[in-house]
Design a protein around this ligand. Structure first.
Ligand code: G1P
Length: 358
């Protein structure tokens, strides 16, 4: 089986972080979401992987440079370009040549699943199905593709973002298909949001009643990291399993509580309290100050004074701030500094679509 990861999309709900790069590269616990996806595929025995990228040279190159040729996972990665964001089904159709005659897994590059996809891939192979979907109960099904099952648990319908959902079972962004899906996609019309919906393609297979569509309900957590809240939530979930690992230095007088990962050439200074789970990358200077639970700090970051809790600092950032930063998602090359100069007041130099709560 081959794999297909979708890493196009404009990530509009995550601007300004997605102005230059795709949302799939935003790190969770200091690792891009896309890397978790590749690892899940490789763990399920799928090492021939296509990645759909778009739509500008800059966005495409940033994915290629970050992910590379796949050799670090013993996988082979092929990049496939999509000319514009026209929906998941359109993105899948771009991979027609790459897939040839093989069945394949489609994995949306912004989805993250705690327990991977190994069981599901095996089930699909063993049952000889035409399509396979993963489902999870959600409190707000109208925001997702939603499946309806009969009393034996067989999928009888799926609908994209229904106003009145027939169940609370959302389609997770992991699908399995045989190459027959390409013919089905050819028959689709754009939906009300102007996209070729993969849910419509699956619906057409179900309604034809000729082929088997299997479903699998995921009981462990999963997250669609499409918003800042969802990313912080995923960060929380991933950090809950963090192990204690110290490669950097800890000065005498620094207090570490709970599970903390500290990267090479990083230092936690005297007078700092770090309460885990907290991950700190390489070449960081932390403290004096307080770093609270569920915080991820990327490489080359300096934090002096103040408190940071339950936040993601992507990296290459300087924070010299005497207040508390909470539930924040802070992009690269950022500086947050308290100064006592006059006139007194807050000073901002921030990009479009930024959000600040004081
Ligand atoms: C997409 C799919 C939807 C699915 C969701 C999972 O939604 O269209 O069926 O439930 O991913 O993450 P979108 O992110 O395009 O709104």
């Amino acid at each position: 089986m081959k794999g297909l990861i979708l890493a196009g999309g404009l990530g509009t709900r995550l601007r300004p972080l997605t102005h230059t790069g795709p949302k799939q590269l935003i790190p969770i616990a200091n690792k891009p979401v896309l890397f978790y996806v590749i690892e899940d595929l490789v763990e399920a025995g799928i090492t021939d992987i296509g990645i759909i990228v778009g739509y500008t040279e800059e966005r495409i190159n940033i994915v290629k440079n970050t992910v590379g040729d796949g050799s670090r996972w013993d996988a082979k990665i092929t990049y496939i370009e999509q000319d514009a964001p026209r929906g998941i089904a359109h993105a899948v159709s771009c991979a027609r040549e790459f897939m040839g005659d093989e069945p394949f897994v489609v994995y949306l590059g912004d989805n993250i699943l705690k327990s991977g996809i190994g069981n599901f891939v095996n089930e699909f192979k063993n049952l000889g199905a035409e399509a396979g979907i993963l489902l999870s109960p959600v409190p707000d099904p109208q925001k997702y593709g939603v499946a309806q099952l009969d009393d034996k648990g067989v999928v009888i319908d799926v609908k994209e973002k229904p106003k009145i959902p027939k169940s609370d079972l959302a389609l997770i962004g992991v699908y399995m298909f045989t190459p027959r899906i390409f013919k089905v996609i050819e028959t689709l019309k754009p939906s009300w949001r102007g996209e070729y919906e993969i849910t419509d393609a699956i619906r057409s297979i179900i309604l034809s009643k000729k082929y088997k569509v299997i479903s699998h309900i995921v009981t462990d957590w999963w997250d669609d990291t499409g918003t800042a809240e969802a990313i912080l939530h995923a960060n929380h979930l991933i950090l809950s399993d963090l192990k204690y690992k110290i490669e950097g230095a800890i000065e005498e007088g620094a207090k570490l509580i709970g599970n903390i990962e500290l990267g090479q050439d990083s230092i936690i200074k005297n007078g700092t309290v770090v309460r885990g789970p907290v991950i700190i990358g390489k070449n960081c200077k932390i403290g004096p100050g307080y770093i609270g639970p569920y915080t991820s700090i990327g490489d080359n970051t300096t934090i002096i004074g103040g408190e940071v809790e339950s936040s993601i600092i992507i990296g290459d950032t300087r924070i010299e701030f005497d207040k508390k930063i909470v539930d924040s998602l802070i992009g690269r090359y950022t500086s947050i500094v308290s100064k006592n100069s006059l006139p007194k007041g807050y000073r901002f130099i921030i990009g479009e679509n930024s959000e600040i709560q004081l």
